[in-house]
Design a protein. Structure first.
Ligand code: FE
Length: 404
């Protein structure tokens, strides 16, 4: 007998990255997994005889639980002063001089207690979870010393402890240069590879290692050293690549068989082709593109042509994407990048799961996968990408249990 069965629902299964819609469907769960999925008419009996609990979804849609596969959720404070100053005409340099910019977040984050970080990140996480989110990736990268980087990753792990959401952590020591290493990027990369990353790995705090390979971050050579160090520790890698210039980041990510290469506004065709061959997922971040008024669009046509799966994420961070909404990212992926609503939804389900190495258990509604799904008050799945600022989420099931 199944634990529960969900009837009178339309299912967007997202199998193979398409809606894969099953109208008047049914979904049966057992031991936290999907035990049966299909048309209600094909159920092998009466629901009440098949499962201990029967849930009437009253014609709602069910999608896989949403996945935000790129966030900097754990950080202290915000950058609202910088936001205001910039809109009064201040340059980036002037903001840095005023002690704002990334250095401000690093200083605040180093000072913050673990409890304060948990409190602030929990509030951000709750907003995402209220929108049907069941899995999130959280990066470090605002500590840039061993004590603070491990503190951030411990906080991220803690956020997943209740089981209400799956948390995957990434160590992003190569994010920005800390103030004490200005002008000494190679020395900082030494520190990352020989001290901070080994400490993080020893404490088993990171599921993956990330680096920023860009004109505004680290060079290909520097990023490569971080990826080598990760490989030596047998940790999967990913990369912030080519956001502000073509730094051959996409090709570098592919060379290291990265789970994902993220941003990609300036990536070239050879890099995209290499990603396709390596199975590296493209993660596009429309919130950042919007907030920074970026002009260059990511190479969506090339990604489609080469068959690179596209994921969409919030990049939630105080400097360039102070976003609390994954649903808004669906809308922006369509309006800014020209994705179809179907591609956008696949981007926060199936393809986001692939970008985290979780494709076997998450991201689609299929028998045997985790029973992680969201219920929606919508008439068709495209509505999730159509609305700006609406939240039609009517409930979330995580590992087979309805989340309060
Ligand atoms: Fe990022």
């Amino acid at each position: 007998m199944w634990d529960s069965i969900w009837i009178n629902a339309h299912l967007a299964t997202l199998r193979a990255g398409k809606y894969g819609a099953v109208r008047r469907g049914a979904l049966a769960l057992a031991q936290g997994r999907i035990a049966w999925i299909g048309a209600r008419a094909e159920l092998p009996g009466e629901p009440a005889q098949l499962a201990r609990e029967v849930h009437d979804c009253e014609g709602r849609w069910i999608t896989p639980g949403l996945i935000d596969c790129h966030t900097h959720l754990v950080h202290a404070g915000n950058r609202v002063r910088e936001f205001e100053l910039r809109l009064q005409g201040a340059s980036g340099e002037e903001c840095d001089h005023a002690g704002l910019g990334p250095a401000y977040t690093v200083a605040q984050t180093r000072e913050a207690s673990e409890m304060e970080l948990v409190r602030d990140a929990s509030a951000r996480l709750k907003r995402l979870m209220d929108e049907g989110l069941t899995t999130i990736e959280i990066k470090s990268g605002y500590g840039l010393d061993t004590a603070t980087e491990t503190k951030l990753l411990r906080v991220a792990r803690l956020l997943g402890e209740s089981g209400a959401v799956t948390v995957r952590t990434s160590f992003l020591g190569a994010h920005v240069l800390p103030p004490e290493y200005q002008g000494r990027a190679d020395a900082f990369v030494d520190l990352l590879c020989t001290q901070i990353l080994p400490a993080v790995a020893q404490a088993k705090l990171a599921d993956a290692v990330d680096a920023v390979c860009d004109s505004a971050g680290f060079s290909v050579q520097q990023a490569q050293r971080v990826l080598e160090a990760a490989r030596a520790l047998r940790l999967p890698v990913k990369l912030h690549a080519d956001q502000f210039s073509d730094s051959n980041g996409a090709a570098l990510a592919a060379r290291y068989r990265a789970l994902s290469a993220d941003h990609l506004e300036h990536s070239n065709e050879a890099g995209v082709r290499a990603m396709a061959e390596a199975g590296t997922i493209a993660v596009l971040l429309p919130g950042t593109h919007y907030f920074l008024h970026q002009q260059q669009l990511p190479p969506v046509g090339l990604l489609r042509k080469q068959g690179v799966p596209i994921a969409i994420a919030s990049d939630c961070n105080p400097g360039s994407s102070p976003s609390g909404s994954i649903l808004l990212m669906l809308n922006m992926a369509c309006t800014l990048f020209g994705l179809t609503p179907e591609e956008a939804l696949a981007g926060v389900t199936r393809n986001a799961a692939l970008a985290l190495g979780l494709g076997a258990t998450q991201g689609t509604l299929e028998q045997g996968k985790d029973a992680d799904f969201a219920l929606w008050n919508i008439d068709e799945p495209a509505e999730l990408a159509y609305s700006m600022g609406a939240n039609p989420c009517a409930g979330v099931v995580k590992a087979g249990r309805a989340r309060a």
